[in-house]
Design a protein around this ligand. Sequence first.
Ligand SMILES: Nc1ncnc2c1ncn2[C@@H]1O[C@H](COP(=O)(O)OP(=O)(O)OP(=O)(O)O)[C@@H](O)[C@H]1O
Ligand SMILES: [Mg+2]
Length: 281
Amino acid sequence: MRTVTTNAVNTTLANSALEARQHITRSGMSDLYKVGDCGAWHTIKIARPEITGAEHSLRKEASAYQIIGPHPHIMPYRGSGTYRDQFFVQLDYLDEQHFVTDDDKAPMDEAHVVRIAHALAGALSYIHERNYLHLDVKPDNIWLGNVPMLFDFGLAQPVNTKNLSQTLILTPSYALPNRLMGNACTFNDDLFALGLTLYYWSTGHDPFEFAMTWDWDNANFSEYFQRWIDEHDCMRDAIDQGHHSKPFRQLLKGLLLYSGAQPFVTGTDVANYLTRSFPNT
Ligand SMILES: Nc1ncnc2c1ncn2[C@@H]1O[C@H](COP(=O)(O)OP(=O)(O)OP(=O)(O)O)[C@@H](O)[C@H]1O
Ligand SMILES: [Mg+2]
């Protein structure tokens, strides 16, 4: 560990390294930069000052990473700091070509999806053991390099916390009904989102496709939930009629139960099911 500067607290990055940063991408809330320091590459995520709530969300993300702690399938977090009055989070730099945002990776073969599912169930188990929820599990927030990693903890919060925010940031296909309704979320919300993600990777179809063109500004929620229930039934039928193995279909259908008798309570149950049902992956 070296150089803790007056400008950058709780991070090992030197100001000279921060000065030479290279822009990677701009997301809705932040700018991400690649920073080289001491022979290693890091990524810093800086909240966009013009976006209301962006810094608050990034501070929440830093605190979630700290509370949850390191895990092989969670993006390595290295600290946080402020640079030129802007708060940032420091992460390991991960190879940009393994961030999936394009459609060409789905559908994947079942064995591959099972391997990724196992990694993600391990990460969720670790998060859930700490009574925390990720609340934004979706393909865009999973790095698919040699060791899959979950990232983007901007919505993470302790279990059973009510979301009082008036503004909802969501990816329509992966919107969680509990978040839409302002209810407290539970472990089941993360497992359901994992189910949607595995559904996409194994079938190549976006879940809740109608939500992508839904008129969110004039949302009529009772109409929305009726469509949601219809599409949810169709997805379950599609799983039954698909070509996947029985244990895989049971995994998907179990994860995609949103209320009632879910066979899994936390990520740990999913990880155990995968170990039992797919001993060779
Ligand atoms: N450690 C990293 N190394 C390299 N690139 C990264 C890293 N973390 C994130 N990125 C890039 O930045 C993008 C956005 O990251 P992230 O999801 O954490 O930000 P966000 O502000 O929450 O974005 P969004 O609103 O799009 O979800 C990723 O999709 C990826 O392209
Ligand atoms: Mg993201």
